[in-house]
Design a protein around this ligand. Structure first.
Ligand SMILES: Nc1ncnc2c1ncn2[C@@H]1O[C@H](COP(=O)(O)OP(=O)(O)OP(=O)(O)O)[C@@H](O)[C@H]1O
Ligand SMILES: [Mg+2]
Length: 403
């Protein structure tokens, strides 16, 4: 599939001799040297990346690294000095006035760090404003505005003024205003940075919830690594106007490109990034209808484990057998059905380790990772969760099992 946004060698120079500065960048001259030589500031330098349809692409970096410059180039609040911005196959940089105006009205919408609301307008008036500019008829724009206000959880607040709202609520208005335009692409420049930590967390979750319904293509900026890794499908780490590394949060955690990135991710809470699918492994299993208690004992003894899962032929999880029960079944000639237990915890492949820890704590058995059809994708040994042993990449073997 074609990427939604394809950025090629995008450069923005602030200063008097931008074209000369671009030439120097292409020759490999650094941002600092260019400033010293020409007095021009490099905002972003020859940046290339793709954003997929429906993806949340996060750009993270310290203050001054070029994040805002980049995102403002994407909707032409900053006019790029050189490079291409290809959206749905069309190069925005080559748009004429009318095409650009259409693009900004219909394709993209921006959410700003400091909300950018009109203080003399109510919530609804703020949200509706962009729709009036688009000359959408009254009834339709009322409906779009109220839909957006409901979506961000502000129903009942539509006639209040921004000064009557908390920061988090004001940013909900900012988000509603962007959503009401029904853009395909949302550009969000540090939208939650001005909010208290708790409100911020709510807003992050809410954004993810809205996104799971709307599937927008989102470019999201933050300087907070935890926020970046929580929200981003992929994350780009920016420094001095260039991307140092682009990857999924797991890829960046597992393979930091250099010491700068290592430093950046040092304090990240891995349990909030790594998911069940990252640490599960494929266990030996029994087949229902074929394997009895004797086979179960054999396998458990061979592997030195004390419980084993039993699957139906379509890999659907049937139950678990413990070594004690298997021995009892052999002694008392019990059928398998009598000793199959369901006394284990089930998690989804996408469950975060932080959410799995409480289950692992109270569970006697490994955790079963099931897909939507209840097929066993893998299992997670309790100790690997509890001891924080989350270094494996899901390729573990039976020999590594400590159950
Ligand atoms: N309008 C401008 N005129 C001159 N220089 C600018 C302008 N806007 C940004 N810059 C410079 O471009 C570089 C990147 O700035 P930018 O605002 O993109 O950084 P940022 O990563 O968004 O930082 P922050 O986290 O503080 O928002 C900086 O060196 C900055 O001084
Ligand atoms: Mg900024």
């Amino acid at each position: 599939m074609e990427p939604k946004i394809k950025v090629e060698k995008l450069t923005k120079i602030f200063g008097k001799t931008p074209q000369a500065a671009v030439k120097l960048l292409e020759e490999g001259v650094s941002k600092d040297e260019i400033l010293a030589k020409t007095g021009d500031t490099v905002g972003i330098s020859l940046v290339s990346f793709d954003v997929k349809q429906g993806e949340i692409f996060v750009i993270m970096g310290l203050s001054g690294s070029g994040k805002s410059t980049l995102i403002r180039c994407l909707n032409f609040l900053n006019v790029p000095t050189s490079g291409k911005i290809i959206v749905d196959g069309e190069n925005v940089v080559e748009f004429n006035k009318e095409q650009l105006s259409n693009y900004r009205k219909n394709k993209v919408a921006m959410v700003f760090q400091h909300f950018g609301l009109f203080t003399h307008m109510t919530v609804k008036q703020n949200v509706i404003y962009g729709l009036e500019i688009k000359e959408i008829e009254k009834e339709k724009r009322e409906q779009l505005a109220m839909d957006a206000i409901n979506k961000v959880g502000l129903a009942g607040w539509e006639d209040k003024y921004p000064s009557e709202l908390s920061g988090g609520m004001q940013q909900r208005v900012g988000l509603a205003r962007a959503l009401a335009n029904e853009p395909e692409i949302l550009l969000m420049d540090e939208p939650f940075s001005a909010l208290d930590p708790l409100i911020r967390r709510d807003m992050q979750l809410e954004l993810l919830e809205i996104q799971s319904e709307l599937h927008k293509t989102i470019v999201f900026i933050t300087h907070d690594v935890n926020e970046a890794f929580k929200i981003g499908d992929r994350v780009a780490v920016m420094k001095d106007g260039v991307f140092i590394q682009v990857g999924t949060p797991e890829e960046i955690l597992e393979n930091p490109a250099n010491d700068y990135i290592k430093d950046f991710v040092r304090d990240i809470d891995r349990t909030k990034v790594m998911q069940a699918k990252n640490i599960m492994f494929t266990p030996s299993t029994l087949t229902y209808g074929k394997d009895g208690p004797k086979v179960a004992i054999n396998i458990m003894q061979k592997l030195g484990i004390s419980s084993i899962f039993m699957l139906e032929s379509n890999r659907k999880l049937k139950g678990l057998i413990t070594i004690d029960d298997a021995i009892r079944a052999v002694k008392e000639h019990l059928p398998v059905d009598d000793i199959l237990t369901k006394d284990y915890h089930v998690v989804e492949p996408e469950s975060y380790i932080s959410d799995i820890i409480p289950l692992a704590t109270e569970s006697k058995y490994p955790l079963a990772v099931l897909d939507e059809s209840e097929r066993l994708m893998g299992i997670i040994a309790r100790v690997s969760v509890l001891a924080g042993l989350i270094e494996t990449d899901g390729n573990g073997t039976d020999e590594e099992q400590i159950l």
